[in-house]
Design a protein. Sequence first.
Length: 99
Amino acid sequence: MDETSTHLFVPTSQDEREACLGLNGSVAHVTRVIRMIHGRWKLPILFRLYADPSMRTLQLKRDLPAISQKMLTQHLRELANDGLVERVDFSEKPLRVEY
């Protein structure tokens, strides 16, 4: 196996295992990403925002009719806190927010 090819690398020694499974290992990164997208509505929200990168909350609600307003708001806040979406708050009256 080539030294630069790491995707087929299986850790055999304790040191190699610690590097893979430790705090900065690949398992920790995969676990973090799964936690960020965990939830019934997070992937549909992300896919919808990928198709149209600038949307208001009401348009997302219309595009995902089965989601409640509470769940949409909660998931959007979590996605914004995790850095997966950007929340743009326009300082206008009435309040206008886009994701």
